[in-house]
Design a binder for this molecule. Sequence first.
Ligand SMILES: Cc1cc2nc3c(=O)[nH]c(=O)nc-3n(C[C@H](O)[C@H](O)[C@H](O)COP(=O)(O)OP(=O)(O)OC[C@H]3O[C@@H](n4cnc5c(N)ncnc54)[C@H](O)[C@@H]3O)c2cc1C
Length: 472
Amino acid sequence: MKSSPPHTLIEDMERIVGKKYVSAHIFERIKSSLDTFPYEAERDSLPYVVVMPGSREEISGIMRYANNSEIPVFIRGSGTSFIGAARYHVPGIVLNTHRLNAIELSEDYGYFECGPGCICASVEEALKKRGFFLPAAPGSRLVASMGGIISNNTSAHIVDTSIGKPGDYVLGVEAVLPTGEIIETGTKGLRRPAGTDLTKFFVGGDGLLGIITKIRMRLVPQFERAYGIAVYKDLESVAKGVQRMYMERRSAPLFMEFMEEKVAKIGYDLKGLQPPGGAVVLFVTNADSKEEAARKADQILLSLEAEHPVEAQRIEDTLLWEKLWSAREVIGSFLMQQSGNQWASAEVVSNLKDLPGCLNEAANFNKGLPTLSQLTCYLFGHIGGLTMHPGVIIPKDWSNEKKRKAIDEKFQREEELNLRYGTCGGEWGQFSKRTSFFVNRYGEKGYEIVKAMKKVIDPNNILNTGVLEGYQ
Ligand SMILES: Cc1cc2nc3c(=O)[nH]c(=O)nc-3n(C[C@H](O)[C@H](O)[C@H](O)COP(=O)(O)OP(=O)(O)OC[C@H]3O[C@@H](n4cnc5c(N)ncnc54)[C@H](O)[C@@H]3O)c2cc1C
């Protein structure tokens, strides 16, 4: 890696993407290096320049230049990563993908194609208008880019055991390699390749091996849905109800969310609802007909009822359902807004057998930790996917150093729990602040394999430098 960039870097970038799409303004450089972490950007690692290419050819030009000059390039969707993948630790070029935002539905082929810079909610909307469903539903849908979602392969709120991950629907991608070559993977057919499929290097690839410039996904028809709720006095019953649902072989719900009582009260209050009187589980079933969706919901309720809820029923009043669902949906954004973006949560994932113990540990996530135990822990998550998001509001007046310490503690505790339960993060990606987890979970050899793959495709380690190495 060269210690300083060519002095003509800005003009060279302007030549490739046009003057209008290059900024070396200090505000842009700071803005483009911040993520969801509560501490400030470091002067020494601010990017040199932010570029917004409008085509794959321009991206190829940037990568060839950067590779020859050995300058790091950071792919930036919307910078909402929760694991530090959008926090850069060496200076370089930030490549913002938002101009690659075309979306095209090809019903005659049975797929749609979109650019990585499309916002998740706009893709969702474009598909919905034509009767289709986007198989990814992050809480950040109003801001997160499709490139960010596909490179993380996050189904987010969707229960994986119901319809799988977005990657299961990606037929192929177009990508620019760190050395500038443009490649296409996969198929235009509706059957994904068997055997070796280069698509897999990019889908869920943590942005290590290339820049996705086009995503092709199978069209999924909208489902009919039914809605249900269960309220429990204690978290153990929540966990046992979900275990029963799986063990009694119910058809997995499309969504199944939960909020501990304290969090549910906040959400209910925001939506003008009476406090629920316990921890809340909300679920959505999907099917081809309303009757079938309702039947599936009734079956799930049979399992949930066996663990003695205060209340368990199907919700048919859609207005009430919308209020209940948004009481859960609003929590993340509310806590972020309340704290001025100082909200920090973890991703604790259980295996099925140990769910009651793991849920209890998630509820006590910050206990005994030197910094985090000073704060209140809030718990909610995607219980159908056995995922819990314990979180805290980091006080704004804490020093930068103390905030860093709090974030480090959060990742260490998350690592300890996910190692104990033999799981891994199923949403936010595997490296940056999680590199140590990856090494401990999959061993030095597993880590060596990923490093070796990166070395072959990115010999100068210029793409998303530092993400694979991780940092404390
Ligand atoms: C309020 C809030 C709620 C959230 N809720 C959820 C949730 O429910 N589930 C969930 O999983 N996450 C959630 N997140 C985290 C985050 O929004 C997601 O991980 C999202 O996928 C990141 O998208 P992004 O556009 O911000 O990507 P960025 O943060 O910009 O990038 C993330 C990673 O993707 C890589 N990348 C981006 N574009 C490309 C590309 N074109 N080619 C290759 N690599 C690329 C980047 O290099 C980086 O490594 C939430 C975040 C917030 C702030």
